[in-house]
Design a protein around this ligand. Structure first.
Ligand code: HEM
Length: 426
């Protein structure tokens, strides 16, 4: 592919959203360091290049400040306010700011705390499935995968579960800005997202106040403790951290579950193996994340010129790291287009790599494993309905608009006992 060939490098066409992997394969094979005019960015598709990029000091994660600077004086006030609020998120900061924030947040993600959530997540999943079956629902995203992560993060932050609908709403509003989804104009999107963000920041400020007075066993209380050097997150930093955790963990985990289900249903032989041996779930989830994970593309800004495969990439350029392409690179994975639920080792980079590697990966794994495991057990005849699947046109995320399924389970097969109504919060 020539570097000025724009027929295959617009990743937002309906065809590319439908089947991104064939576009990625062509780029990876013929032009792995490709300048895309439609995106005004370099597209990196090889595993080695994407992995190295995660470690490179020539690439910066500080992607909001340059955007703000470029739009200075031209941006609508709402849009500028949102960007100012998002500037505080650790994921868009470089060292030393990032190093400090990550160190202070890390205590909340200790393995012990995540593992201790297992039973709670299992109860939530079962209760959502009860409601899914009893309610006769068909869309496994709207009535299951969409609801679970917001509920879990609300519980982990020590917020009342009854607030999870608000959590989900705020996260959706922020996604409108971050991923450019939705049918409105940019100004309308930004007005709505700003209202949502302000609401969310106000909510978390109150929660922080409350937890300072009444510390609990939750993540927020853990993040308040500070480190042995006497350093601790400020109130503003705690609020921004809660907002980031909510945002970063919601849509990704929803799509991890939904994409996992679709991939399994489209590979009946592998699905049968998982049904026969539930112990495969750990390697199965890693393979599903590799095969069709929820994040296709991450952005970086170039801060120092560098050469890659004969191309000069200059300071000020933008780079798209295509995780979904790297995860199917034949130089790294044997038969990368084959789903193999027992694949080991499986060094996929669906959770990123380097200093920004997903801090919530263990929680995401726990939720995805339990969700898929309980689905397989409770709905063994789960299948696609044959209706065409609609993939959202998004550069960053691999996500379905909805996931219609059939399953034959009857209300009497739902677990006995009163329903908690967990699945009816849409
Ligand atoms: C399957 C689900 C998930 C996937 C695929 C995923 C993927 C990622 C990726 C690729 C990054 C790196 C971003 C970058 O380098 O710019 C990241 C960072 C992050 N993720 Fe996740 N994530 C998931 C779930 C979660 C959950 C459940 C949480 C928290 C509750 C979370 C919180 C974060 C945070 C805070 C960061 C920023 C880390 C930093 O900047 O140091 N993620 N995630």
């Amino acid at each position: 592919m020539a570097s000025n060939d724009t027929t295959l490098d617009d990743l937002l066409t309906p065809a590319a959203s439908e089947n991104p992997h064939s576009v990625f394969a062509a780029l990876r094979e013929h032009d792995p360091v490709h300048w895309s005019e439609p995106h005004r960015a370099w597209l990196l598709t090889r595993y080695d290049d994407v992995s190295a990029a995660f470690q490179s000091k020539a690439l910066s994660s500080d992607r909001i400040r340059p955007l703000r600077a470029a739009r200075a004086g031209r941006a609508a006030p709402a849009s500028d306010r949102i960007l100012a609020m998002m500037t505080e998120f650790m994921v868009v900061n470089d060292p030393p700011i990032h190093t400090r924030l990550r160190r202070l947040a890390a205590g909340a993600f200790k393995q012990q705390r995540i593992s201790a959530m297992g039973e709670r997540v299992e109860q939530l999943v079962d209760s959502l499935l009860d409601d899914f079956i009893v309610g006769g629902h068909r869309d496994l995203i709207g009535h299951f995968a969409y609801v679970l992560p917001a509920t879990v993060i609300a519980a982990m932050l020590g917020a009342p579960i009854s607030d999870r609908e608000r959590f989900r709403h705020w996260s959706d509003e922020l996604a409108l800005v971050a991923f450019g989804a939705g049918g409105e104009t940019r100004a309308e999107r930004h007005e709505r997202a700003l209202a949502g963000l302000q609401d969310m920041f106000g909510y978390f400020r109150e929660l922080v106040d409350y937890r300072r007075r009444e510390p609990g066993e939750d993540m927020l209380s853990a993040m308040m403790v500070g480190d042995e050097r006497g350093d601790a997150l400020t109130e503003d930093e705690l609020v921004a951290m809660c907002a980031l955790l909510l945002f970063a963990g919601n849509e990704t985990t929803t799509n991890s579950i939904a994409n996992g289900v679709v991939t399994l249903l489209e590979h009946p032989d592998e699905f049968a193996k998982l049904k026969a041996d539930p112990r495969l779930i750990a390697t199965a989830v890693e393979e599903l994340l590799r095969f069709d994970g929820p994040i296709k593309v991450l952005n970086r800004w170039v801060v120092a010129d560098f050469e890659l495969r004969g191309r000069t990439i200059r300071a000020g350029d933008r780079v798209h790291l295509i995780l979904a392409a790297a995860n199917r690179d034949p130089c790294q994975f044997v038969e990368p287009d084959r789903l193999d639920l027992e694949r080991t080792p499986n060094p996929h980079i669906a959770f990123g790599k380097g200093i920004h590697a997903c801090i919530g990966a263990q929680l995401a794994r726990l939720e995805t494993r339990i969700a898929l495991q309980r689905l397989v057990t409770r709905l063994p005849r789960l299948r696609l309905t044959g209706e065409p699947l609609r993939w959202n046109e998004s550069l960053a995320s691999r996500s379905l608009a909805e996931l219609p399924v059939a399953h034959d389970a009857t209300p009497s097969s739902a677990a006995p006992g009163p329903s908690t109504g967990e699945g009816r919060q849409q």
